[in-house]
Design a protein around this ligand. Structure first.
Ligand code: UTP
Length: 307
């Protein structure tokens, strides 16, 4: 079974990043040299996705523009002797088709995924959140490991997880691994339950959902039956829970060392991601490192201008 459709939800308002997101999508914010969503697309095309469906909303047209072929710009670069910049458009030629549909009401991530139903039909598919990069420069094949696990186990869902500090569990969907598989070695485990944004006391583990999923088409029917949960939104986590309660099998795959998840949804993690990607930049990383070290050495970072 070839799983090659990926759904990329990008409709959210990004209120935690205001004012940066007032008139531009958070998914278009740059991390190092590229906008966040370009890393997501590069990751997905590298693992063999052929059709990408973006779930968009008002104010998100710059995402569509970014993946269009821009002949005029290419022509201008040629005419002005800037051919060396043409390689920056390599991503436009990825062997992938782009599709877009609107989430007409922002009713939550579960509802955003449901908007993909007429496109996806009765095939399994990947969901990759458009505001999260996996690994520095998106060097991750976790989605390939997930689709393999999905096929081998005839799963209803496979979800990527990352260990987070217990103090952060209230920000994520958290897994309860099944007792048997918790003793398994390796990075795959069977999921007994998932809980959206639990308190520390409620959290059954520190394994947080990490922005990548593979679903059988049965998820749509489960979302249909999911009532609004935390924040009045139709939560994808609640639909997964429904599947588990009704006997569906779901598996978790933990991210490996270098595959950390960079969540661009809040300033704290956005700043960290930007700095890390910029420090890893081939051309500018070394100079930036020197500059940051200089600032840190001075104990400065903008606080000591008057000292
Ligand atoms: P978030 O939970 O980060 O929500 O969405 P948000 O609305 O973008 O951000 P805040 O809370 O206002 O700051 C996670 C992913 O799900 C998408 C977002 O675009 C993001 O990629 N999403 C969320 C939708 O597509 N539709 C929704 O109704 C909610």
């Amino acid at each position: 079974m070839d799983i090659n459709i990926a759904v990329v939800p990008v409709a959210g308002l990004g209120t935690r990043l205001l004012p940066a997101t007032k008139s531009q999508p958070k998914e278009m914010l740059p991390v190092g040299r590229k906008p966040v969503v370009q890393y997501v697309v590069e990751e997905l095309t590298r693992v063999g996705m052929k059709r990408l469906l973006f779930i968009t909303g008002p104010g998100k047209t710059s995402i569509e523009n970014h993946f269009d072929l821009n002949g005029e710009l290419i022509q201008t670069l040629r005419e002005t002797g800037k051919e060396d910049l043409l390689e920056e458009f390599e991503y436009e030629r990825a062997p992938v088709q782009y599709f877009y549909t609107r989430q007409r009401q922002l009713l939550g991530l579960g509802h955003a995924v449901l908007c993909a139903q007429p496109f996806v039909g009765d095939q399994p598919f990947v969901v990759a959140l458009g505001d999260s990069i996996i690994g520095v420069n998106a060097q991750s094949d976790v989605v390939r490991r997930m689709t393999r696990c999905f096929v081998e186990n005839r799963a209803a869902a496979v979800i990527a997880f990352e260990e987070v500090p217990m103090g952060d569990v209230h920000n994520y969907g958290i897994a309860k691994p099944s007792f048997d598989s918790a003793q398994d070695s390796g990075d795959v485990f069977q999921i007994e339950d998932v809980i959206e944004k639990p308190s520390v006391d409620e959290a059954p583990s520190n394994l947080a959902i990490a922005a990548r999923y593979v679903f059988a088409p049965g998820i749509f029917e489960a979302i249909h039956r999911t009532k609004p949960g935390k924040g009045g939104e139709i939560q994808l986590t609640d639909a997964i829970r429904l599947i588990l309660q009704e006997g569906g099998k779901a598996y978790g795959i933990t991210l490996r060392g270098a595959e950390r998840r960079f969540d661009i949804g809040n300033f704290d993690s956005y700043f960290r991601a930007f700095v890390e990607f910029a420090l890893a930049d081939e051309k500018h990383g070394a100079g930036l490192r020197q500059h940051v070290e200089h600032l840190l050495h001075r104990g400065g970072l903008g606080h000591d201008h008057h000292s």
